[in-house]
Design a binder for this molecule. Structure first.
Ligand code: ZN
Ligand code: ZN
Length: 824
């Protein structure tokens, strides 16, 4: 707003702006310009002595611009990077853009603009937004997955995995979205519907697809999780997704001599297996089906083939199935049991056949009830009647021992599991095995906007990898890139592109026309960053040794099973090929939380999406950054409310005024001892909290300190450490304060202040806690602890809790640093 116009607004009761007041826009403009000029954010990638690779999940540059969720993630990571730099590390904090993939392509189709035109525009806008937020990124190392200089190496990675036998093409039942017109990974199917098309049911199709055999790495992926310095939540999600189950394969023979192998995790219940269920796709179904049952079986199989894999796994739907007409012998009881087919059994899990134990499996119980099949209890707890009928399945029987299992009755079930497996193995009717839920990664997509898979098919030579010196296989510019129902990529319509001579024999051959999954682009981008300026290698060995594995990676748990699993797998594969010296790419991973707006999930339809630009315009990047970090524990997230942001601004205004006063009077002098103690205590708290990503409490500690300084006599010695503590959180603001305090260099070149632990401890006081006027506890708390924190600490004390008995305080009497009296 122009100065003259403001003057003319006579009704404006706001006082005229104090020219010495904090003006975030000018401060932030000035420092961003200086950082650029001085190269403040540049990392000496080749020469760094104490490398610290600070990674954040590079964004997909959508047309909507940067999302506040991105800002929340990046600022949290940036704070970590700046903190490490201030403690002496050489921090490398690059950013890039994950711009291939179906999101970009679908959007381009919607607005009728080619993605090759849209993406550069989106990236331009994103980069501008990211710079405004004040990230410490070294933009010289930006990567774009859509750049041929990048995807040349994505294709090279494919070839390395192909060379290792980890990339294979095979015909498989895959999820097909009729709207996307491409296959989807299991992870992209939500309850039977496409994740991008919530009203489009996913179908099953048999197609030739490229797979990375990640399942052969399942155990290693699982083992490393045990010791990984990763968020517990992320490790749990990955562990469950890999889904190891220890069990046994048991053999049920048919009278005709066919051996049906079933996988079970409960061999101890084999005496209760009253029927078998095969997946409708099981190869033995046709042979086992009797003439009378053929019509029903075929009709059922047709119906199931129209369903997707994921909705078949949904447990609570009504059970359906058909009897094949055949029987098999239970290897334990010797009795014959009927063989059924049902959609709840999947070919992908185990052997595609199960022994059904309705007494101890919920789905089997439902199925047996619906089909009127026998239910036999084989595990009973103390006092349970072995003959009593079951009202429901009992999968877990506490202190269960075997019943109705001749030779094993009375044996604890875990012991019986081993004993029965061993006994059947001795008869050639079983063996102990391990199974995983993790399936191979289908990486081919029948779409346009991705790197072409570098393979050529020759009638004489078969499948021929594109020679490395011929990379990249450039994605041709295609006017009409719409997908169709044919099950092949739009590239298959461009004869001039796919007809090539065979690299081996020179005869006419054709290129693979599928492109690779966008998750392959992001499965290795961290390896590229330090070598982003190199065209001769994907990643330079020496730089890779210096910077990787990544020291700190921060991102969302929505990527726990896709990106994070794939990146680990690709790294392990490259390690096994001798191309990198480590097996795990990320030494430390922390999952950040999510933020909501006014208590509700942000969404376009609700109209409650926080637009970062509007807030940066109004409040400045520093206030916005700090407010996002103050919403709650960073790893939990928080609730964004417009009313809250002014509190952060008032805090920064206070610091501004304090530094201004000190700068003007050149206040040296001796600091009051209680303020010195509090300074040490504040440094201690902010150090510990910043290191552990407890950003909200670090900010609270700085606020308490500033309030104390305002009441006492601030000196430069008390304010200088504060400017450094603030630098990770409000970098432009901290630079300005640092300069006002008389420094000519960047605050980012300062050293993180140290603290005297004894002095910090002396800043603790004894707080007397009363309940209804009677002394019940004495707590050690920080001097200057506010009422809210004091009451919280008091209520958390075990003795106090006994006297309040969970009741909410009716009244609180608070004498700072002395006493809190809770009236209940
Ligand atoms: Zn779809
Ligand atoms: Zn050939």
């Amino acid at each position: 707003m122009a100065w003259g116009r403001r003057k003319s607004l006579s009704y404006n009761t706001m006082p005229d702006r104090d020219p010495s007041a904090y003006d975030p826009q000018s401060v932030e403009r000035r420092w961003q310009q200086r950082w650029e000029e001085r190269g403040t954010n540049r990392t000496d990638v080749a020469g760094a002595a104490r490398p610290f690779f600070n990674l954040m999940m590079f964004p997909y540059p959508s047309a909507e611009g940067l999302h506040v969720g991105n800002v929340f993630a990046f600022v949290g990571a940036d704070i970590q990077g700046r903190y490490r730099r201030l403690t002496g590390a050489d921090v490398f904090e690059p950013l890039g853009f994950d711009a291939f993939g179906i999101h970009s392509e679908n959007f381009a189709l919607k607005v009728g603009t080619h993605p090759a035109e849209l993406i550069p525009r989106n990236i331009e806008r994103f980069r501008g937004q990211l710079k405004r937020i004040g990230l410490m990124s070294d933009w010289r190392y930006e990567v774009q997955t859509t750049d041929p200089r990048y995807y040349k190496w994505t294709q090279w990675i494919f070839l390395q995995l192909y060379r290792a036998g980890l990339a294979v093409k095979r015909r498989a039942a895959v999820n097909w979205c009729p709207a996307c017109k491409t296959v989807l990974a299991n992870e992209q199917v939500i309850n039977g519907y496409c994740e991008r098309h919530p009203d489009v049911k996913v179908e099953q199709r048999m197609l030739d697809q490229w797979f990375f055999t990640i399942s052969s790495y399942a155990q290693r992926l699982l083992d490393h999780l045990e010791t990984a310095d990763w968020s517990h939540s992320t490790r749990t999600i990955q562990t469950n997704w890999i889904g190891r189950s220890d069990g046994a394969e048991l053999i049920f023979e048919t009278p005709a001599g066919r051996r049906i192998t079933v996988f079970t995790t409960r061999a101890d219940t084999v005496f209760g297996a009253t029927y078998l269920v095969l997946a409708p796709e099981h190869p033995l179904v046709a042979e086992l089906t009797t003439a009378e049952q053929r019509t029903d079986v075929n009709a059922y199989r047709r119906r199931v083939s129209a369903m997707d894999l994921v909705s078949r796994k949904v447990g609570d739907k009504a059970k359906t199935g058909v009897f094949t007409g055949s029987y098999a012998r239970n290897p334990a009881t010797g009795e014959t049991v009927p063989i059924w087919i049902a959609d709840y059994v999947l070919m992908e899990y185990g052997t595609g056949a199960i022994m059904a134990v309705p007494a101890h499996d919920e789905r089997d119980f439902e199925f047996a009830t619906a089909m009127k099949l026998p239910v036999v209890r084989v595990v009973a707890g103390p006092g349970q009647d072995a003959a009593a009928p079951l009202a429901a399945a009992e999968p877990d029987v506490p202190d269960g021992r075997l019943v109705n299992s001749p030779g094993y009755d009375g044996m604890p079930w875990a012991e019986a599991q081993r004993a029965i497996t061993a006994a059947l193995a001795a008869k050639g009717l079983g063996k102990a095995v391990v199974n995983y839920r993790l399936h191979d990664w289908c990486i081919s997509r029948q779409r346009y906007w991705g790197p072409p898979i570098p393979i050529i098919y020759c009638d004489a030579c078969g499948t021929v990898p594109v020679p490395e010196q011929d990379l990249p296989v450039v994605l041709p510019a295609l006017e009409d890139f719409r997908p169709d129902d044919s099950g092949v990529s739009p590239l298959a319509r461009v004869e001039g592109w796919y007809r090539v001579p065979c690299p081996r024999c020179g005869k006419p051959a054709r290129r693979e026309t599928d492109v690779s999954d966008t998750f392959l682009d992001s499965a290795w981008y961290f390896l590229r960053y330090p070598s982003a300026d190199r065209d001769d290698v994907a990643f330079d060995p020496e730089l890779t040794r210096k910077w990787l594995p990544v020291a700190s990676y921060i991102g969302g748990n929505e990527h726990a099973v896709l990106h994070l699993m794939y990146a680990r797998f690709v790294t392990m594969a490259l390690h096994d090929l001798g191309l990198v010296g480590f097996e795990e790419p990320f030494s430390r991973f922390r999952a950040h939380g999510t933020i909501v707006k006014d208590g509700a999930k942000m969404s376009k339809s609700r109209g409650n999406v926080v637009n970062p630009d509007a807030y940066v315009d109004q409040w400045g990047a520093d206030t916005f950054r700090m407010y996002l970090m103050f919403l709650g524990p960073y790893q939990d997230g928080g609730d964004f409310r417009d009313a809250g942001i002014s509190g952060i601004r008032r805090f920064l205004d206070k610091v501004w005024t304090l530094t201004g006063a000190v700068a003007q009077t050149a206040q040296g002098g001796t600091a009051a001892p209680e303020l010195t103690r509090m300074m040490h205590r504040t440094i201690q708290r902010v150090t510990a909290d910043t290191e552990s990503l407890s950003y909200n409490t670090a900010i609270a500690a700085m606020m308490e300190y500033v309030n104390a300084l305002r009441e006492g006599a601030p000196t430069a010695a008390l304010l200088e450490p504060l400017a450094i503590l603030l630098a990770p959180y409000a970098p432009h603001f901290a630079e300005e304060c640092w300069e006002r305090l008389g420094h000519a260099t960047s605050v980012m070149d300062a050293r993180w202040p140290s603290f005297d632990a004894a002095l910090a401890l002396a800043d603790e006081i004894e707080l007397v806690v009363q309940v209804n006027g009677k002394v019940r506890a004495r707590l050690r708390t920080a001097r200057g602890t506010g009422q809210e924190a004091a009451v919280k600490a008091a209520l958390a004390d075990a003795t106090v809790a006994k006297f309040t008995a969970g009741a909410q305080p009716k009244k609180v009497v608070f004498v700072p640093d002395r006493l809190v009296n809770i009236v209940v």
